[in-house]
Design a protein around this ligand. Structure first.
Ligand SMILES: Nc1ncnc2c1ncn2[C@@H]1O[C@H](COP(=O)(O)OP(=O)(O)O)[C@@H](O)[C@H]1O
Ligand SMILES: [Mg+2]
Length: 233
Protein backbone atom coordinates (compact mmCIF):
# COMPACT_ATOMS: atom_id res chain seq x y z
CA UNK A 1 0.00 0.00 0.00
CA UNK A 2 1.36 3.43 -0.86
CA UNK A 3 1.49 6.26 1.67
CA UNK A 4 -1.29 8.89 1.35
CA UNK A 5 -0.31 11.83 -0.85
CA UNK A 6 0.97 14.74 1.24
CA UNK A 7 -1.08 17.93 1.44
CA UNK A 8 1.96 19.99 0.50
CA UNK A 9 5.06 19.02 -1.42
CA UNK A 10 8.04 21.18 -2.31
CA UNK A 11 10.62 19.46 -4.47
CA UNK A 12 14.06 20.92 -5.13
CA UNK A 13 12.90 24.51 -4.73
CA UNK A 14 15.40 27.30 -5.27
CA UNK A 15 15.06 31.04 -4.84
CA UNK A 16 17.62 33.80 -5.17
CA UNK A 17 17.37 37.56 -4.96
CA UNK A 18 19.49 40.06 -6.86
CA UNK A 19 22.19 40.94 -4.34
CA UNK A 20 24.28 44.04 -3.76
CA UNK A 21 27.05 44.86 -6.27
CA UNK A 22 25.22 43.04 -9.07
CA UNK A 23 25.72 39.60 -7.52
CA UNK A 24 23.08 37.07 -6.62
CA UNK A 25 21.88 36.12 -3.17
CA UNK A 26 20.81 32.46 -3.13
CA UNK A 27 18.33 32.01 -0.27
CA UNK A 28 16.74 28.60 -0.90
CA UNK A 29 18.96 25.97 -2.50
CA UNK A 30 17.15 22.88 -3.71
CA UNK A 31 14.86 22.70 -0.70
CA UNK A 32 12.35 19.86 -0.30
CA UNK A 33 9.49 19.51 2.16
CA UNK A 34 6.40 17.37 2.58
CA UNK A 35 3.58 18.21 4.97
CA UNK A 36 0.70 15.85 5.67
CA UNK A 37 -2.93 16.88 6.05
CA UNK A 38 -3.59 18.29 9.49
CA UNK A 39 0.10 18.21 10.46
CA UNK A 40 1.80 20.93 12.55
CA UNK A 41 5.31 22.03 11.59
CA UNK A 42 7.63 24.69 12.99
CA UNK A 43 10.35 26.26 10.86
CA UNK A 44 13.17 27.87 12.82
CA UNK A 45 16.48 29.48 11.93
CA UNK A 46 18.42 32.70 12.38
CA UNK A 47 17.14 36.04 11.14
CA UNK A 48 17.76 36.43 7.40
CA UNK A 49 18.09 32.70 6.66
CA UNK A 50 15.04 32.74 4.37
CA UNK A 51 12.10 31.68 6.54
CA UNK A 52 9.74 34.37 5.27
CA UNK A 53 10.94 33.76 1.71
CA UNK A 54 10.02 30.08 2.11
CA UNK A 55 6.63 30.83 3.65
CA UNK A 56 5.83 33.34 0.90
CA UNK A 57 6.65 30.70 -1.72
CA UNK A 58 4.43 28.12 0.00
CA UNK A 59 1.70 30.75 0.16
CA UNK A 60 2.20 31.60 -3.54
CA UNK A 61 2.84 35.24 -2.72
CA UNK A 62 6.09 34.74 -4.64
CA UNK A 63 7.26 32.09 -7.10
CA UNK A 64 10.37 29.89 -6.94
CA UNK A 65 13.11 30.22 -9.58
CA UNK A 66 13.03 26.45 -10.00
CA UNK A 67 11.54 23.38 -8.38
CA UNK A 68 7.99 22.17 -7.84
CA UNK A 69 5.28 23.30 -5.46
CA UNK A 70 2.26 21.02 -5.15
CA UNK A 71 -0.73 21.65 -2.88
CA UNK A 72 -3.38 18.96 -2.55
CA UNK A 73 -2.31 17.34 -5.81
CA UNK A 74 -2.28 20.60 -7.78
CA UNK A 75 0.95 21.98 -9.18
CA UNK A 76 1.05 25.66 -8.20
CA UNK A 77 4.34 26.93 -9.57
CA UNK A 78 3.02 26.75 -13.16
CA UNK A 79 -0.38 28.43 -12.62
CA UNK A 80 -1.11 31.91 -13.92
CA UNK A 81 -1.73 34.75 -11.46
CA UNK A 82 -5.53 34.56 -11.66
CA UNK A 83 -5.67 30.82 -10.92
CA UNK A 84 -3.07 31.28 -8.19
CA UNK A 85 -5.06 34.02 -6.51
CA UNK A 86 -8.16 31.81 -6.44
CA UNK A 87 -6.25 28.85 -4.99
CA UNK A 88 -4.51 31.04 -2.44
CA UNK A 89 -7.78 32.58 -1.32
CA UNK A 90 -9.55 29.25 -0.88
CA UNK A 91 -6.85 26.84 0.26
CA UNK A 92 -4.35 28.89 2.24
CA UNK A 93 -4.70 31.11 5.30
CA UNK A 94 -2.01 33.56 6.45
CA UNK A 95 -1.10 35.09 9.77
CA UNK A 96 1.78 37.54 10.02
CA UNK A 97 3.70 39.06 12.92
CA UNK A 98 1.78 42.25 12.35
CA UNK A 99 -1.92 41.53 11.97
CA UNK A 100 -2.56 43.62 8.78
CA UNK A 101 -6.17 44.28 9.80
CA UNK A 102 -8.01 47.14 8.09
CA UNK A 103 -8.20 49.92 10.68
CA UNK A 104 -11.45 51.46 9.39
CA UNK A 105 -13.34 48.14 9.36
CA UNK A 106 -14.90 46.31 12.31
CA UNK A 107 -13.65 42.97 13.56
CA UNK A 108 -16.52 41.20 11.78
CA UNK A 109 -15.89 43.08 8.51
CA UNK A 110 -12.16 42.32 8.71
CA UNK A 111 -12.61 38.57 9.07
CA UNK A 112 -15.08 38.55 6.14
CA UNK A 113 -12.63 40.17 3.70
CA UNK A 114 -11.36 36.82 2.27
CA UNK A 115 -14.97 35.78 1.56
CA UNK A 116 -15.78 38.81 -0.58
CA UNK A 117 -14.55 37.16 -3.79
CA UNK A 118 -17.30 34.53 -3.73
CA UNK A 119 -20.58 36.24 -4.10
CA UNK A 120 -24.13 34.83 -3.84
CA UNK A 121 -26.44 35.73 -0.97
CA UNK A 122 -26.62 32.22 0.50
CA UNK A 123 -22.85 31.94 0.75
CA UNK A 124 -22.70 35.48 2.21
CA UNK A 125 -25.06 34.45 4.98
CA UNK A 126 -23.05 31.28 5.60
CA UNK A 127 -19.82 33.25 5.75
CA UNK A 128 -21.29 35.66 8.29
CA UNK A 129 -22.52 32.74 10.41
CA UNK A 130 -19.13 31.08 10.29
CA UNK A 131 -17.39 34.37 11.12
CA UNK A 132 -19.58 34.88 14.17
CA UNK A 133 -19.05 31.29 15.32
CA UNK A 134 -15.29 31.50 14.94
CA UNK A 135 -15.08 34.92 16.60
CA UNK A 136 -17.06 33.57 19.54
CA UNK A 137 -14.82 30.48 19.56
CA UNK A 138 -11.68 32.62 19.97
CA UNK A 139 -13.26 34.83 22.63
CA UNK A 140 -14.11 37.83 20.44
CA UNK A 141 -17.88 37.36 20.51
CA UNK A 142 -18.29 40.64 22.39
CA UNK A 143 -15.83 42.50 20.14
CA UNK A 144 -17.34 41.94 16.68
CA UNK A 145 -18.24 45.58 16.19
CA UNK A 146 -14.99 47.00 17.57
CA UNK A 147 -12.29 48.36 15.30
CA UNK A 148 -8.74 46.93 15.43
CA UNK A 149 -7.48 50.05 17.22
CA UNK A 150 -9.83 49.26 20.13
CA UNK A 151 -8.38 45.77 20.65
CA UNK A 152 -5.36 44.48 22.58
CA UNK A 153 -2.46 42.92 20.66
CA UNK A 154 -3.62 39.41 21.50
CA UNK A 155 -7.18 40.19 20.43
CA UNK A 156 -5.95 41.59 17.13
CA UNK A 157 -3.97 38.41 16.46
CA UNK A 158 -7.01 36.27 17.31
CA UNK A 159 -9.01 38.35 14.83
CA UNK A 160 -6.27 37.71 12.23
CA UNK A 161 -6.50 33.97 13.00
CA UNK A 162 -10.25 33.97 12.34
CA UNK A 163 -9.74 35.90 9.10
CA UNK A 164 -7.14 33.30 8.04
CA UNK A 165 -9.54 30.42 8.77
CA UNK A 166 -12.75 31.91 7.41
CA UNK A 167 -12.57 30.12 4.03
CA UNK A 168 -11.74 26.78 5.71
CA UNK A 169 -8.25 26.53 4.17
CA UNK A 170 -6.38 23.24 4.17
CA UNK A 171 -3.19 24.99 5.16
CA UNK A 172 -2.52 27.81 7.63
CA UNK A 173 0.79 29.68 7.36
CA UNK A 174 1.97 31.81 10.27
CA UNK A 175 5.09 34.01 10.06
CA UNK A 176 6.31 34.90 13.58
CA UNK A 177 2.69 35.08 14.80
CA UNK A 178 3.68 35.66 18.42
CA UNK A 179 6.61 37.98 17.67
CA UNK A 180 4.80 41.11 18.81
CA UNK A 181 3.11 39.55 21.86
CA UNK A 182 4.16 39.20 25.49
CA UNK A 183 4.88 35.70 26.76
CA UNK A 184 1.49 34.96 28.33
CA UNK A 185 -0.42 36.26 25.30
CA UNK A 186 1.92 34.34 22.99
CA UNK A 187 1.30 31.12 24.94
CA UNK A 188 -2.47 31.63 24.69
CA UNK A 189 -2.22 32.23 20.94
CA UNK A 190 -0.12 29.06 20.49
CA UNK A 191 -2.71 27.04 22.42
CA UNK A 192 -5.48 28.52 20.28
CA UNK A 193 -3.66 27.71 17.02
CA UNK A 194 -3.19 24.10 18.11
CA UNK A 195 -6.79 23.74 19.29
CA UNK A 196 -8.04 25.12 15.96
CA UNK A 197 -5.65 22.81 14.09
CA UNK A 198 -7.28 19.84 15.82
CA UNK A 199 -10.83 21.11 15.51
CA UNK A 200 -10.68 22.26 11.89
CA UNK A 201 -8.10 19.78 10.57
CA UNK A 202 -6.10 22.63 9.07
CA UNK A 203 -2.39 21.86 8.63
CA UNK A 204 -0.22 24.51 10.29
CA UNK A 205 3.24 25.75 9.35
CA UNK A 206 4.67 28.24 11.83
CA UNK A 207 7.85 30.23 11.34
CA UNK A 208 9.15 31.31 14.71
CA UNK A 209 12.13 32.47 16.75
CA UNK A 210 10.43 31.32 19.92
CA UNK A 211 11.60 27.84 21.02
CA UNK A 212 8.57 27.46 23.32
CA UNK A 213 6.25 27.90 20.32
CA UNK A 214 8.34 25.68 18.02
CA UNK A 215 8.45 22.74 20.40
CA UNK A 216 4.66 22.62 20.64
CA UNK A 217 4.46 21.72 16.93
CA UNK A 218 4.53 18.08 15.80
CA UNK A 219 7.78 18.58 13.90
CA UNK A 220 10.54 21.19 14.08
CA UNK A 221 12.63 21.90 10.97
CA UNK A 222 15.64 24.16 10.82
CA UNK A 223 16.30 26.26 7.73
CA UNK A 224 20.05 26.44 7.24
CA UNK A 225 22.14 27.04 4.12
CA UNK A 226 18.96 27.10 2.06
CA UNK A 227 17.64 23.65 2.99
CA UNK A 228 15.54 22.19 5.81
CA UNK A 229 16.81 19.68 8.33
CA UNK A 230 14.83 17.93 11.04
CA UNK A 231 15.73 19.04 14.55
CA UNK A 232 16.18 16.36 17.20
CA UNK A 233 13.12 16.16 19.49
N1 LIG B 1 12.46 41.09 -1.92
C1 LIG B 1 13.76 40.89 -1.61
N2 LIG B 1 14.74 41.38 -2.39
C2 LIG B 1 16.04 41.17 -2.11
N3 LIG B 1 16.48 40.46 -1.04
C3 LIG B 1 15.53 39.96 -0.22
C4 LIG B 1 14.13 40.14 -0.44
N4 LIG B 1 13.44 39.52 0.54
C5 LIG B 1 14.36 38.97 1.35
N5 LIG B 1 15.62 39.23 0.91
C6 LIG B 1 16.86 38.75 1.51
O1 LIG B 1 16.81 37.34 1.57
C7 LIG B 1 17.30 36.85 2.80
C8 LIG B 1 16.23 36.06 3.53
O2 LIG B 1 15.20 36.93 3.97
P1 LIG B 1 13.92 36.44 4.78
O3 LIG B 1 13.30 35.34 4.00
O4 LIG B 1 13.08 37.62 5.08
O5 LIG B 1 14.60 35.85 6.10
P2 LIG B 1 13.95 35.50 7.53
O6 LIG B 1 12.48 35.54 7.42
O7 LIG B 1 14.51 34.13 7.87
O8 LIG B 1 14.48 36.53 8.49
C9 LIG B 1 17.80 38.06 3.58
O9 LIG B 1 19.18 38.21 3.34
C10 LIG B 1 17.02 39.19 2.95
O10 LIG B 1 17.75 40.40 3.03
MG1 LIG C 1 11.03 36.65 8.38
Amino acid sequence: MSAPAPLLRLANVSKRYPGAAGGDLPVLRGLSLEVARGETVAIVGPSGCGKSTLLNLIGTLDLPDSGELILDGQRLDTLDELALAATRNRQIGFIFQSHHLLPQCTVLENVLVPTLASGDTASRAQAIDRAKQLLTRVGLGERMNYRPGQLSGGERQRCAVVRALINQPKLLLADEPTGALDRATADALAALLLDLNREQGTALIVVTHAPELAKRMGRVLELRDGVLTQMAA
